[in-house]
Design a protein. Structure first.
Lengths: 60, 236
C-alpha cells in the first residue's frame, strides 16, 4: 500500500508538470481560460501529491 | 504609544533594523517610486507608494520586540502597497518603457530586501534542548530509491516551463508568462524535494493512509479537472 501511495504521488507530480507546461503554452497562445484551468489543476495536483505523503498525526 | 516609541528606539540601536530599513528603501526607490511618480501615473499610485515606504521603513522598527506587527507592516503591507502602486501606474510599467538595467538592479534590490528579512535559525533563545523522552533519530544511510530521478525530472520540467514561456510574443503577456513559469517551477521543485525525501517512509501505524484531508484534496482536484474540462469542451 505504501508503495502504491508513493507511485500515485509521483504520478500526481508528473500530472502537475504536464498541466503547468500546457498551461504556460495556452497562455502564450492567448487561451486565457484554458491556461487558468490548467494552472489551477497543476497547483491542486501538487497539493494532493504532498498531502498524500504528509505524516498523519499520531504516527511515528 | 510611548511603549511603541520605546520599542522603535530600542530597535534602532540594533544592527539589523537599519539594514532592513535600507533594503526596503532601496527596493522602493528603484522599482516603486519611478513607476508611481512617473508622468501620467494615477494619484492613487502615489498614495500607495508613500504608504508603502512608510510601512517598509516602519516595519523593521518592531522587528525585535513586536515581531508579528513588524512582519505584517514590513513585508505584508509593504508588498501589498507596492503592488497597488504598480497596478495604479500600469502605463509606466510597459515593457517598452522599462530599462533593462533598472530591471536588473531592481531584481537585485528585491533579493536584498528578502534577505534582510531572513530568520536566523536556530535563534539563541529557541535553541533546542535535549528531550530525554525522545528516541534517537539516526540519519538515513542513503537516499530513497528514485529520489534523484524524481528531483531531476522536476528540475528539467521547471526549466522547460521557463523555456515554454519564451513562446509568448506580446511583451505584456510574456512578462506574466515568465512570472507564472518561475512560480510554477519553484512549486514543482519544492514539491519534488518533499516527495523525493518522503518516499518509502512508514506514514501510518493504523494502515489508513487516505485521511480526510487527502480525500478532500483529491476530490477538489478531480472536481476542478472534470468540471473545467467539460466546460471547455461544451464552450468550443
Amino acid at each position: 500500500m505504501s508503495r502504491a501511495i508513493d507511485v500515485f504521488s509521483v504520478a500526481l507530480l508528473a500530472a502537475a508538470i504536464a498541466a503547468f507546461g500546457f498551461g504556460v503554452v495556452a497562455l502564450s497562445d492567448r487561451e486565457d481560460f484554458k491556461a487558468l484551468y490548467l494552472l489551477v489543476v497543476g497547483a491542486l495536483a501538487l497539493r494532493a501529491s504532498t498531502e498524500l505523503l504528509r505524516p498523519r498525526s499520531g504516527s511515528a | 504609544m510611548s511603549s511603541l516609541l520605546g520599542v522603535a528606539a530600542r530597535a534602532l540601536r540594533t544592527a539589523r533594523t537599519p539594514q532592513t530599513m535600507i533594503a526596503a528603501v532601496l527596493a522602493w526607490s528603484i522599482t516603486v517610486a519611478p513607476a508611481a511618480f512617473a508622468r501620467g501615473a494615477a494619484p492613487a499610485s502615489r498614495v500607495c507608494a508613500v504608504l508603502a515606504l512608510l510601512c517598509g521603513v516602519g516595519g523593521p522598527l518592531f522587528l525585535a520586540e513586536r515581531r508579528r506587527i513588524g512582519r505584517h507592516l514590513g513585508i505584508t503591507a509593504f508588498l501589498a502597497l507596492a503592488l497597488g502602486a504598480w497596478l495604479f501606474s500600469l502605463p509606466s510599467l510597459h515593457p517598452v518603457r522599462m530599462s533593462p538595467f533598472r530591471a536588473a538592479i531592481g531584481s537585485l534590490a528585491w533579493a536584498i530586501f528578502a534577505l534582510s528579512w531572513r530568520e536566523v535559525w536556530p535563534k539563541p533563545d529557541d535553541a533546542r534542548k535535549d528531550d530525554p523522552a525522545a528516541g534517537a533519530l539516526p540519519p538515513r544511510a542513503s537516499l530513497p530509491f528514485l529520489s534523484i530521478p524524481i528531483l531531476t525530472f522536476a528540475i528539467v520540467g521547471a526549466l522547460l516551463l521557463v523555456l515554454a514561456a519564451f513562446r509568448t510574443r506580446e511583451p505584456e503577456r510574456g512578462l506574466v508568462a515568465q512570472a507564472i513559469a518561475v512560480a510554477c517551477g519553484v512549486g514543482l521543485v519544492t514539491t519534488a524535494a518533499t516527495i523525493a525525501t518522503s518516499l518509502g517512509k512508514d506514514r501510518s501505524s493504523s494502515g489508513r493512509r487516505f485521511t480526510p484531508v487527502v480525500i478532500r484534496a483529491l476530490f477538489v482536484l478531480v472536481s476542478v479537472a472534470v468540471g473545467g474540462a467539460l466546460y471547455i469542451l461544451l464552450r468550443t
